[in-house]
Ligand binder design. Structure first.
Ligand code: 13P
Length: 253
């Protein structure tokens, strides 16, 4: 049985004041929830404070990115071991915003995935196609390329300690959610591709959906066979919305 995971990707949002209000509302609203694993991924500068605030709660904390290198002359980068040291449990790698803005290619993302695991973090590997890819019928080819790069670099058993997030780029921050059927189709494709290497790993692997998940569409997505929770952007900044999404995931468990 795969325990659903709902993770909030705050992206480059927040302030000390806003974070403190959001976290106290989340703790009040989610304190009793056991059927779903919860995480928030704030901007790196806020991590120590957020970890401190959430210590003893049922909400884990993760980074939004980490370096593919262990340490050294890499200005501006953060090593996985640094995230682990301060108390992070997971880290997002390969988010489409970084693939686009920082030109992270699949080989680089795979190296980050490996480095994150070496540091003891659970990578949340993001994959997903652009609008033009979908329109040209290339969704599966794009997702396969992103996934295979990591399977080849890390080995399929590494996915025992990882999570995949399918985030169609055209659905991120646009209000255009993939229909549950569109999402399920790609989730099943991802699981089958992993199953091609190891059916047991695939059966236990959590595959999250991300892209305009809101309180009113979460249940429809999480109810499907291969959707094991969500990676939430905009709605994770709104306590009521995030709580409702987490509850929808708990009910799907
Ligand atoms: P939105 O929920 O704002 O569409 O963002 C999704 C996302 O990119 C999460 O990583």
């Amino acid at each position: 049985m795969r325990k659903p995971l709902v993770a909030g990707n705050w992206k480059m949002n927040g302030s000390r004041d806003a974070n403190s209000k959001l976290l106290s509302a989340l703790q009040d609203g989610l304190g009793d929830l056991q059927a779903v694993q919860l995480a928030v991924c704030p901007p790196a500068v806020y991590l120590p404070e957020v970890i401190d605030t959430l210590s003893g709660s049922n909400i884990e904390v993760g980074g939004q990115d980490c370096s593919d290198e262990a340490s050294g002359a890499y200005t501006g980068e953060i090593a996985g071991s640094m995230l682990t040291e301060i108390g992070c449990r997971c880290v997002i790698v390969g988010h489409s915003e970084r693939r686009q803005r920082q030109n992270e290619d699949s080989a680089w993302v795979a190296a980050k995935f490996v480095a994150a695991q070496a540091a003891g973090l659970t990578p949340i590997l993001c994959v997903g196609e652009q609008k033009e890819d979908r329109e040209a019928g290339r969704t599966e080819a794009v997702v396969a390329e992103q996934l295979d790069a990591v399977l080849d670099a890390a080995g399929v058993e590494a996915f025992d300690r990882a999570v995949i997030a399918y985030e169609p780029v055209w659905a991120i921050g646009t209000g255009l959610t993939a229909t549950p059927e569109q999402a399920q189709e790609v989730h099943a494709f991802i699981r089958n591709r992993v199953a091609g290497r190891d059916p047991r790993v695939a059966a236990e692997l959590r595959i999250l959906y991300g892209g305009s998940v809101k309180a009113d569409n979460a249940a429809g997505l999480f109810g499907l066979a291969d959707i094991d929770g969500g990676l939430i952007g905009g709605a994770s900044l709104d306590a009521d919305a995030f709580i409702a999404i987490a509850r929808a995931a708990a009910e799907s468990a």
